[in-house]
Design a protein around this ligand. Sequence first.
Ligand SMILES: NC(=O)c1ccc[n+]([C@@H]2O[C@H](COP(=O)([O-])OP(=O)(O)OC[C@H]3O[C@@H](n4cnc5c(N)ncnc54)[C@H](OP(=O)(O)O)[C@@H]3O)[C@@H](O)[C@H]2O)c1
Length: 257
Amino acid sequence: MNIKWDFTGRNYVVTGSTRGIGFEIAMQLMAAGAAVGITGRDSGRLAEIEEDCRDKGYKCFTAGADLTRASDLTTLADSFINRMGCIDGLVNNAGINILEPADGLSLEAVEKVIKTNLTAPMILTSLFTAGMKKQGGGSVVNVASLSSKTAFMNHSAYCASKEGLLGYTKVAAMELGSHNIRVNSVGPTVVLTELGKRDWNADPEKRKHMEGFIPLNRFVEPEEVASAVLFLLSDEAAMISGEFMLIDGGYMAGKGI
Ligand SMILES: NC(=O)c1ccc[n+]([C@@H]2O[C@H](COP(=O)([O-])OP(=O)(O)OC[C@H]3O[C@@H](n4cnc5c(N)ncnc54)[C@H](OP(=O)(O)O)[C@@H]3O)[C@@H](O)[C@H]2O)c1
C-alpha cells in the first residue's frame, strides 16, 4: 500500500474480521493507528488475532458473535461501545453465500444468508449510529458485491441480499446525512478468500470463464478491497455518501453493450 493513512484516535468496528477481506480491513486500520473491534464466531481465531495484535502494538478489541442471532447484535454493539467508547466507523463486512438453484431453495439457507448479509448490517448500523449522532458524525461502509448489480447462477439469496444492501445504503445515507454520518458500499468482484475459493476456484473452467469477463483479467486481492474501504472511511471522502463503489476490474463496464 502506497497511501499512508492516519486514523490515529479513531475507533472502528469491522464485522467478519476473523479472516478474509474483513481481517485485511481491520489490520490496515490498526496499522494506520485506529483502535478496531474485531468480531466473528471463531473464538480460537479471535484469541489468536488478539495476541498477534498485542505483539504488534495494535489497539485491538475482540468480541464473539453470531450475526444471525438477534440477541448477539445488541450484545456485540454494547460490548464494543462499553470498552472502546464512541465508534467513529462501522464496516459491515461479514457475509456468506449458500449456492442453491432458484427452483430448489431451502428456507433455512435463504434466511441464513439474508440475516447475515442484510439484516445484521441494518440493525448494527442502527445500533452504532446512535452514538455517532451524539458525537457529531461517523462513517459506515457496507461490503456489498458485484452481485449487487448483476446475476450469477445459483446466487438467488446472495444477489437478493447484496442488491438489498445497496437500497438500504441509499436510505441510510439520506436519513443520517443531517447528522454528518456517511453511508457507502463497495462491490468487489471475486476475491479468493474462503468464500471466493468455494464458489469460484473449485472448477478451473468456471474460474477461467469468470476471469475472462474482467477487462483487467484477474480477481481482486483483499488488500485492494481494504484500500477502497479505508478511503471511504477517511476524511478524504468527506462528501461521498450513498455511493456504491465497484471494485470489479471493469467487469460491469461492458455490461449492457
Ligand atoms: N470473496 C469474494 O469473492 C467476495 C466478492 C464480493 C463480496 N464479498 C463480500 O465480502 C465480505 C467478506 O467476505 P470474504 O470473502 O472475506 O469471506 P470469508 O473469508 O468467508 O470471511 C467471512 C467472515 O464473516 C464472518 N461471518 C460469517 N458468518 C458469520 C456470522 N453468522 N456471524 C458472525 N460472523 C460471521 C466469518 O467469521 P467466523 O467464521 O469467525 O464466524 C469471517 O470472518 C462478505 O460480505 C462477502 O459477501 C466477497
